[in-house]
Design a binder for this molecule. Structure first.
Ligand code: NAD
Ligand code: GLY
Length: 371
């Protein structure tokens, strides 16, 4: 069966690349990389959950195109985005005789993508990098835009680079083996795109929530491709997060990071925290008179239908605000938050007071907006 696919172009001058979205695409990875030229070896990074399902298929497809493969499999989960794992990766690269003909390929979720991209950015002052994202979050977000990095014990994503891939193949068929909670978590980021950039897309998500939950391949391909297009549009205008535009992608994330930190990493999945964070941000926007309660209700209802939480975790609101003050957007000790003003549009609001955030946290915990 020949797989159909959609191509999304990320236009970044000499760093431009295509994202191929479709089902049953893994067998085409070799051809796609070979067509980009100059590749003699693929050094493939995967994790212990993903490798047993998909690594041999990807290796076979590369070998069929005359590309030598070496593989490096790391434990699944956030702890692999560490300096220790990166050091082991550099060692493995040297043992694999990686050189300018090598492409570092990431086969996995955002953890594998961020780690492999970091190794590609740093080894031998930069090797070419290719993304084969297998989680929904990685397909709609982390594989696009070139942010790569690892964590420090004190701070997530603190050491890294902007290193764009030379291509991305997102095979939505791989999502069938993704644990349901991880899948739902990715849907949180999907809803985010509708809220921040695309009102008709949000309406489509409302109409097709059931099909999305059942992973209807056609709907899923369209949705992933649309999210990639929306993220690419932002990245094309603010590749290195200099103008502030790229910050719109952080809608709900200032609350979410505080929820993740204070509940302990891993208790809430990222997309779950983002869902509750978006609800808090929308409630806050409504309290500030920026957003109609009807939009708050629509967002809450869609998140709920997709199996995502909307109420913040049971934490002290004062503690949440203190944690939010560590956000990179804080300026002169004042919180700046990405808040929605209408469906499909957000704005960066300066100088939000701790009292306003505390009030929103109380309201988001207690009361629901009727749609
Ligand atoms: P993840 O990589 O840990 O994947 C989630 C879990 O699903 C893991 O256990 C993984 O092994 C498993 N998995 C992935 N694909 C699977 C499949 N097809 N079948 C079975 N199991 C599968 O987490 P994630 O949610 O994909 O990504 C989160 C990471 O992404 C975080 O480290 C975050 O900082 C990063 N991130 C980066 C960017 C960026 O722009 N670079 C953006 C958002 C998030
Ligand atoms: N996930 C946020 C960004 O890529 O900028």
């Amino acid at each position: 069966m020949h797989a159909s696919s959609t191509r999304v172009r990320v236009d970044l001058g000499p760093r431009s690349y295509d994202i191929l979205v479709g089902s049953e695409l893994l067998d085409r990875v070799g051809r796609v990389i070979a067509d980009l030229g100059r590749t003699t070896q693929a050094w493939i990074v995967s994790d212990e959950h993903v490798a047993p399902w998909y690594l041999s298929r990807v290796c076979d497809s590369l070998k069929e195109c005359g590309i030598r493969t070496d593989t490096w499999v790391v434990p699944a989960g956030e702890p692999s985005k560490s300096l220790e794992t990166a050091a082991a990766g550099w060692q493995s690269l040297i043992e694999s005789h990686a050189d300018r003909g090598t492409v570092v390929a990431a086969l996995g979720g955002g953890v594998v993508g961020d780690l492999a991209g970091f190794l590609a950015a740093t080894y031998a002052r930069g090797l070419r990098f290719f993304q084969i994202p297998t989680s929904l979050l990685a397909q709609v977000d982390s594989s696009v835009g070139g942010k790569v990095g690892i964590n420090l014990p004190q701070a997530k994503n603190m050491v890294g680079a902007f290193h764009q891939p030379i291509g991305v193949v997102a095979d939505v068929g791989t999502l069938r083996t993704l644990p349901p909670r991880e899948y739902a978590s990715g849907l949180g980021e999907v809803v985010k795109y509708g809220m921040i950039l695309d009102a008709p897309f949000f309406t489509r998500l409302e109409a097709e929530a059931e099909a999305l939950l059942h992973q209807d391949a056609e709907v899923l391909c369209d949705v992933v491709a649309r999210c990639c297009r929306l993220k690419a549009d932002v990245v094309e205008q603010d590749e290195r997060e200099e103008s502030g535009l790229r910050a719109v992608l952080n809608y709900g994330h200032t609350f979410a990071h505080a929820f993740e930190t204070l509940t302990g990493y891993g208790v809430w999945l990222h997309g779950e925290a983002v869902a509750a964070g978006m609800h808090c941000a929308a409630v806050l926007a409504a309290q500030l008179g920026l957003l109609s309660p009807e939009v708050v209700g629509r967002q809450a209802e869609l998140l709920r239908r997709l199996g995502l939480p909307i109420h913040p975790p049971k934490l002290s609101p004062q503690e949440v605000v203190a944690c939010m003050m560590h956000d990179k957007k804080v300026r002169h000790g004042q919180l700046r938050l990405v808040l929605p003003t209408e469906m499909g549009h957000v704005t960066l609001v300066d100088a939000v007071s701790p009292e306003q955030v505390v009030a929103a946290l109380h309201a988001a915990a207690e009361r629901e907006f009727a749609s």
